[in-house]
Design a protein around this ligand. Structure first.
Ligand SMILES: Cc1cc2nc3c(=O)[nH]c(=O)nc-3n(C[C@H](O)[C@H](O)[C@H](O)COP(=O)(O)OP(=O)(O)OC[C@H]3O[C@@H](n4cnc5c(N)ncnc54)[C@H](O)[C@@H]3O)c2cc1C
Ligand SMILES: NC(=O)c1ccc[n+]([C@@H]2O[C@H](COP(=O)([O-])OP(=O)(O)OC[C@H]3O[C@@H](n4cnc5c(N)ncnc54)[C@H](O)[C@@H]3O)[C@@H](O)[C@H]2O)c1
Length: 488
């Protein structure tokens, strides 16, 4: 997909209601839906948001907010657990502090997680309502190209809404294996983890995508024994290979057992624990298993086929870069489109849809400018063109990497893991992409995201003042080296 950078005019053929303001109906109240609702209301549309489970969506209630809140606790323990070199000792034993000497009250952690998620959901509900959006509880379903019905929990229709513009932002749910049905106690999906009140003794995590890697990292830091069942050669398929290597080393150092090239075939309860069967016939015993096999879009019973909205084989709704579906007036955003399953992208797609539908000029989604982070220890953040794109000949680029252990601040903080990688265009040295692997990489990636979005050159990044000592010094330093090396 190529990404034009110029703004597109709004759809000149878009439908508007006769007379009054445009009627917008949004199905799904996650980031795709609620950000769209806020945008539509601000643009003067008569806006209704239909949500079945809770405003904020899975992002706020079960996915992003809960996982990152849990990880906040895990991060503290990870720092403490690697603080021996900094001279920190356990007061009683004098030994290195860590999982063995510190206790985690998982009940308290999860109580905090759930409180925060509920509060965040309520905050969003209030801002959406205050913006003038009507919020309806129930399940939305298309009954025509400009009509949506609302069903209650028993499937009875409570309302039928006419719409000039419809946005579908229904998200996705965890994929399950039939031979490993979750029971909410020991065989768990990621949405069920927060009901645990005691730390699993031995958590088996199946799936080494972003979700599996984040939970494996977090639960190990919290003190569980962790086995990660990875179907691939390396963890985090599709991520920068050097970053995946750093994470595998970090897992090894922290005692996460990675079972690479292993596929789970089943999971069952046995006694006080679980047994995960691999396709090889081998079995792994643990106290709990987390199935992290990716998501399935909630598109099956949405009336899409009847109305003619084109759906891919995967169940995702087919959209273009301004979030239009194949049916005029119907837009889609977020995980149900499968474009880039991130909360930040869902929100962007939702806003873009509303701006387009309501007559504002819009910039289409530019995937090459999307930054994302994996919240493991250390974190991995990426933006733009990857080294793999360069190797595959998709883009001409030069790649420079600088290990973080040369950075003075990293030395002071005792950081040994991580690096900064920059991809620049040969000749112009325009910054095309970057990877940062370090604590708080999710924060450190922003200067590179700005550089990619605004086509800054490595010289401009290198010439920007950085604080001494700071990890950002390495962001400028690798850019400096890029200009010298590439110029040669
Ligand atoms: C464990 C985990 C951690 C993640 N961490 C991050 C992260 O750190 N950063 C990041 O950017 N992304 C993260 N993601 C991805 C992020 O959660 C999703 O990309 C995001 O939730 C997508 O937003 P959405 O609006 O498309 O859907 P959702 O957040 O899934 O919301 C969709 C809503 O629609 C509702 N709905 C569904 N069908 C109907 C219907 N028929 N009628 C009414 N309502 C309906 C659902 O109840 C749901 O509330 C994470 C994902 C997981 C699984
Ligand atoms: N920090 C973040 O931004 C964040 C965090 C979590 C998820 N997400 C988003 O959610 C999306 C989905 O991530 P995910 O990790 O949930 O799903 P995924 O589809 O990326 O990964 C699932 C993994 O499970 C493996 N798998 C499938 N069946 C298996 C089996 N039987 N045995 C062993 N392994 C098996 C797959 O090969 C795959 O590698 C990501 O692309 C990401 O955008 C983002």
């Amino acid at each position: 997909m190529s990404d034009p950078s110029t703004a597109l005019p709004s759809d000149p053929h878009r439908v508007t209601s006769a007379g009054g303001s445009t009627r917008v109906v949004i199905v799904g109240g996650g980031p795709g839906g609620y950000e769209a609702a806020l945008a539509a209301a601000r643009l003067g549309a008569d806006t209704v948001l239909i949500e079945e489970r809770g405003v904020g969506g899975a992002a706020v209630l079960t996915d992003v907010v809960p996982s990152k809140t849990l990880i906040a606790t895990a991060d503290v323990l990870d720092v403490v657990g690697t603080s021996q070199e900094l001279g920190i000792r356990d007061a009683d034993s004098g030994s290195a502090p860590g999982a063995g000497t510190l206790d985690v009250d998982l009940g308290a952690v999860n109580e905090r997680v759930q409180r925060l998620a509920a509060a965040q959901s309520e905050d969003i509900r209030s801002s959406v309502r205050d913006a003038g959006v009507r919020i309806l509880e129930g399940r939305g379903r298309l009954t025509g190209p400009s009509e949506v019905e609302v069903l209650d929990a028993d499937g009875a229709r409570t309302e039928k809404l006419g719409a000039d513009v419809i946005l579908l932002a229904v998200g996705a749910r965890p994929r399950e294996l039939e031979s490993a049905p979750s029971d909410g106690e020991r065989i768990l999906s990621w949405t069920q983890l927060y009901a645990l009140d005691r730390l699993p003794e031995h958590l088996i995590v199946v799936g080494s995508g972003v979700t599996g890697a984040e939970f494996a990292s977090a639960y190990r830091a919290l003190g569980s024994e962790v086995t990660l069942v990875s179907s691939r050669e390396k963890v985090l398929p599709g991520t920068d290979v050097d970053a995946a290597d750093v994470l595998e080393d970090a897992f090894a150092r922290r005692g996460v057992h990675v079972r690479s090239r292993s596929r789970a075939a089943s999971a069952r309860r046995e006694g006080d624990g679980v047994v995960v069967g691999l396709t090889s016939g081998e079995e792994i015993a643990g106290s709990h298993v987390l199935m992290a096999l990716g998501g399935i879009p909630w598109t099956a019973d949405l009336g899409l086929e009847e109305v003619g909205v084109r759906v891919k084989d995967s169940g995702h709704i087919d959209t273009d870069r301004v979030s239009r579906t194949s049916v005029r007036g119907i837009y889609a955003a977020g995980d149900c489109t499968g474009v880039y399953p991130l909360a930040s992208v869902a929100a962007m797609q939702g806003r873009i849809a509303m701006h387009h539908a309501l007559g504002e000029a819009v910039s289409p989604l530019i995937s090459a400018q999307v930054s994302s982070a994996i919240f493991t220890s250390p974190e991995i953040a990426v933006v733009g063109v990857s080294e793999q794109d360069v190797k595959d000949g998709v883009v001409a680029g030069e790649v420079l990497t600088l290990a973080l252990d040369t950075n003075p601040r990293a030395k002071m903080q005792g950081l040994t893991e991580g690096f900064v990688k920059l991809v620049v265009r040969p000749g112009s040295h325009t910054v095309l992409g970057a990877v940062v692997v370090s604590p708080r990489a999710s924060e450190l990636i922003l200067p590179y995201t700005l550089a990619v979005a605004h086509r800054l050159t490595a010289d401009q990044v290198a010439g920007t003042s950085t604080v001494y000592p700071s990890l950002t010094g390495s962001l400028a330093e690798v850019a400096r080296r890029a200009t010298i090396t590439v110029a040669r």
